[in-house]
Design a protein. Structure first.
Length: 265
């Protein structure tokens, strides 16, 4: 270890630790990541088990808020950072879709709460709970937001104020729509196909009168169709896209979330 002469003991110790810990074994400078930023979740360890994360599992840690995906359902949380050594998480809103890997989602939600200590490594971050369970993450470059126009959007949940409910399983994947470059909107309401003129004005989009096919629609698909017909006809909708998720919200708080399926040709 390098020695520092004629310096106060405390300062010499700080410099010595920096000299030892600031470089990798091959002598190259090592920069530890800031916890603030986007992270891809790799795995959880809890109760003697290791659970590998779905590809969609991620956390974007901000200065006072975290947003992410448990693997299927999206979530928000309040965070309080204690420098780079710990953070305290207070869970917020989450979607309630039925998901294939529900066991992972449940455990992730249990672990990502309360005070978590932070262990940093090059391009890696591990959050540790009081009982030693961990959330292992790797640096995730920010994803480009999908464009509102020429993207096929598949409705996955319906919003009513603070309540977000997944589309019923019987109707999942059936409601989808695209807004073309010329403003022509078309797709399916869950049962009947529709077309309309869509006008995008800054942060809002307004759908004109809907022209639809006239099949009789019952059950969950019919309920989804009636909800979407009412929403699209309610006037200007505020739109927001984060990553590949679109949120449309009416002034009364009703709305939808939809995932980007593919770019329309």
């Amino acid at each position: 270890m390098r020695t520092f002469r004629n310096l106060p003991t405390g300062l010499a110790l700080v410099l010595a630790l920096a000299a030892c810990g600031g470089r990798s074994e091959d002598g190259a400078a090592r920069t530890l990541p800031d916890p603030v930023g986007p992270w891809a979740v790799e795995s959880l360890t809890t109760g003697g088990r290791t659970l590998h994360a779905p590809d969609a599992a991620r956390v974007d840690i901000g200065q006072d808020e975290a947003k992410g995906n448990y693997g299927c359902n999206g979530f928000t949380a309040k965070v309080v950072l204690d420098g780079t050594s710990a953070l305290t998480v207070t869970p917020g809103a989450t979607t309630t879709m039925a998901c294939e890997d529900q066991a992972f989602e449940t455990e992730f939600a249990k672990l990502f709460t309360g005070r978590l200590t932070i262990d940093r490594g090059p391009d890696r971050l591990t959050l540790k709970t009081a009982d030693g369970s961990t959330i292992a993450m790797t640096a995730k470059p920010p994803a480009a937001d999908a464009p509102l126009i020429v993207t096929e959007w598949t409705v996955d949940s319906l919003v009513s104020g603070a309540t977000v409910s997944s589309v019923p399983a019987e109707a999942a994947g059936r409601a989808r729509f695209t807004i073309a470059a010329d403003g022509a909107a078309s797709g399916s309401l869950g049962c009947n196909r529709f077309s309309a003129k869509a006008t995008v004005d800054g942060p809002t989009v307004t759908f004109g009168p809907l022209t639809t096919t006239r099949m009789a629609c019952e059950g969950p698909a019919g309920e989804v169709e009636r909800t979407l017909t009412e929403l699209f006809g309610s006037g200007p909708l505020t739109w927001k896209i984060q990553d590949r998720t679109l949120t449309l919200t009416a002034p009364d708080g009703k709305g939808l979330t939809a995932g980007a399926a593919s770019a329309a040709e």
